[in-house]
Ligand binder design. Sequence first.
Ligand code: 26V
Length: 798
Amino acid sequence: DLRNGLRPLGSTPAEFEQDLLSNLYYRRGTTVESASAQDAYETLALTVRDRLAARRARTAAAQYDSNPRWVYYLSAEYLLGPQLDQNLLYSGTTDLAPAALKALGFDPAEVAALDVEPGLGNGGLGRLAACLLDSLATMDIPAVGYGIRYDLGIFKQSFENGEQVEKPDDWAFQGDPWEFPAPDDRNRVGFYGHVGPEGWVPGEVIDGEPSHLLVPGYGTETVNFIRLWRARATEASFDLSRFSAGQYAEAVDQAVRAENISKVLYPDDSTESGRELRLKQQYFLVSCSLRDIIRRFRFRNHDWAEFPAKAVIQLNDTHPTLAIPELMRLLVDEEGLDWDQAWSIVRQTFAYTCHTLLPEALETWPVAMLGRLLPRHLEIIYRINDGLLGEVRSRFPGDLDRVRRMSLIQEEPERRVRMANLAVTGTFAVNGVAELHSQLLTATTFHDFATMWPDRFRNVTNGVSPRRFVRLANPGLSSLITSGLGTDAWLRDLSLLAGLAPLAGDSAFRAQWRTEKRRAKAALGLGDPGALLDVMIKRFHEYKRQQLKLLHIITLYHRLKSDPGRFGVPRTVLFGGKAAPAYTAAKSIIHLINAVAATIAADPVTSGQLRVVFPPNYNVTLAEKIIPAADLSEQISMAGKEASGTGNMKLALNGAITIGTLDGANVEIRDRVGGENFFLFGLDATGAAALRGSSYQPRSYYDSDPELKAALDAVLAGAFGGVGHDVAQSLLDRDEYLTLADYRSYVDAQDEVSAAWQDQERWTRMSILNAANSGFFSSDRTVADYLDRIWRATPVRP
Ligand code: 26V
């Protein structure tokens, strides 16, 4: 640390260039003359990382001195996005770096293009984790994120004949220069075995090897970190005698099996062994992370009763819920605390965030599998369940049905452990991720628990990092905002965006705003920057209703063909997103979108009026290019299904206007930007639930709406290369997410969108007001809410 005489790193161009050069020679081991672009990239990363590491040292010293309450975030996913641009910005070297590269003869653009995004997450849940860590560091809160260092991240998506094809994402193939591996800091993890008089005797052990990624705060000295665990075979697992006997595969079999634990994000769970692998991943994360948290606690503290004052552990969905029985095991079996003392500590330490409303997304594990893999944990879960059910019986005598519903164990059709019930039982706070979501959780999913423990339930509405999703993604608009507000303080206090509202009435400012939007569209490479860019970017899932957008596109196409003169507003519709590899219905929707896009592109009548584009492999890198260019944000899930959404916030902050249902955080966005600046359509959550509860007849909508009928008939008749029959048929037969019920209202709202677009001054006013009134959706505000309602931690400034 600096108190020990660490040499400060310079901030002049000459000093940066000098550091770049010495890193190229001494750490990369090459010379300017022989360096490849990859050498230059790795060297640049090291040079930038060093500057963050110096701040990390100062942060660590301050945090150690103050022995604060730490926020520990446990998450199976982190969707961090590209690191280079962020770390340049956060280290104040955005201008220095390209200049120094050029001075040494490298091409900065070629070097920057080598930055690979670590795709260690699926979608919203993983990206939220990244935004929260960004905000925690920016707000100087002592925090550590724990996760898994998957060798293969979210698959790479490509299209073959319009169908999604998945390829492995070997993101760290070239090594990851942002990472600090710590192979000397391994933790041993047990699996299988039995529980004897001496306690749990695991039948198999593996090592967890950590590495760190630095998480810098913006506009402050603080640098926190993420600790990612990677599975390593223990030394003993290599079978030398088999190897010597020529049995090469068998010799490494145990080692390979051990290291498979951190091989892939979300292993295919269509087989029993795939499901067990996922459970192993969860326990691996939990076991390594808790040992680390306890080790850190012991640096400065001795009395277990102090633990909750020094650590709050947030469970990001149920994936890390085994931390509850694991901490019980450590406290009772290894530390010798009695059960009640241990349970009190556990209950004061953990908090749980729920991210869904879909019943099928609530995790359960077969009792048989859990008992085989983690026999002691199953015993502990049973004992927690005894306590829980005892409390239920004494509060609600004779209510057997309630006992059955609340039990940690589901009995039928197979005995399974309900992880969400365990998470609610073992925590002091449970939160949903938007107002509506939190209300629905206490009214439906967790109704029984909310009746028994009303104080446990809270809301913390999601947010997004304005640094990544405005400043880095949209530098042009960011400069305009800064000049409009006369300050860049909005980057750390997004409520200041409200100061843009008066500028919506200033025609010169509106013209500049439009210029930035068009510039972003041109940068995306979309032909006509005058066309309305209509964007639907998110994972593919039937509840999100990409199929509804598709029916609208087909309707526009039909209108265009029947009366090309009447059409009016040129549109480009852009889709981005991946479907889970085993999710057939979602993959069919992707196929149909590509088929419709091809048919429309090949039809001369549509030229310049209607385009559908679907760039493959939507990820954070691509999101940062699309979001600034978007005019219209599609947030069209069936009401009551989308927990929050965060893309909706990113798009509104960049001036896109939302067309959406009253679902998730859309409700709060509309409250803030105003109903006149939001295109609302469709059933609300109550109406949707009521219609689903009655005998919903999708065909009645088809029969009574000629445009809807024409759209579905076209698909059924094979008008789009014969693709999509299954999609149309499923809408007519079941339509689980009420697509047909909402179709007319949606198409009418889209007609209002087109009318609004024709008045560009009005549209720009709406766009500016969307950004101006979305300051609430900063993840800094989300973290402030977590601090106030759950974490109760305070800043430590280096
Ligand atoms: C999980 C599964 C598991 C198998 C069945 C299909 C299915 C569908 C959805 C999920 C949800 C996983 C959790 C998740 O990513 N939730 C997202 O969290 C975001 C951050 O809070 C939130 O904005 C999104 O609305 C929510 O979908």
